[in-house]
Ligand binder design. Structure first.
Ligand code: AMP
Length: 119
């Protein structure tokens, strides 16, 4: 997960740097949102911080403003997509919880019914 320079290089970093294509729906100085390549719902957006935090549990107090910003951007994106009244937000934290890309990301899912408890 860590390259020779000690940074966390993932496919999402390449998307941030525009080295590989993505269907981007939102971008600002701190974060980027794009359509998931393997959607699990009719609408499936990934929202990522540009800072390469490996997983949510690696964030610390210095990331508080960034994490709060991500939550506010969820509101912006869901309003933009007109799904603000019905979406699910998912963070898989760690391989055993289903995380496959080790750069923090929020899944925004909408457009179908969701069961509870989640699978
Ligand atoms: P997770 O399993 O929580 O780590 O989620 C990783 C997500 O990244 C999965 O839903 C993948 O479909 C998605 N994904 C992986 N590569 C890409 C890509 N190049 N563009 C868009 N989504 C991707």
């Amino acid at each position: 997960m860590t390259d020779t320079q000690g940074t966390n290089e993932t496919i999402f970093n390449k998307i941030i740097r525009k080295e590989i294509p993505a269907d981007i729906v939102y971008e600002d100085d701190l974060c980027l949102a794009f359509k998931d390549i393997n959607p699990q719902a009719p609408i499936h957006i990934l929202l990522i911080p540009k800072k390469p935090i490996v997983k949510l549990s690696d964030a610390d107090e210095s990331d508080s403003n960034l994490l709060g910003h991500l939550m506010c951007v969820v509101g912006v994106i869901t309003c933009q997509l007109r799904i603000q009244d019905a979406f699910r937000l998912v963070v898989n934290n760690g391989a055993d919880a289903g995380q496959t890309v080790f750069h923090l990301h929020l899944h925004i899912l909408s457009g179908r019914d969701f069961s509870w408890p989640p699978g």
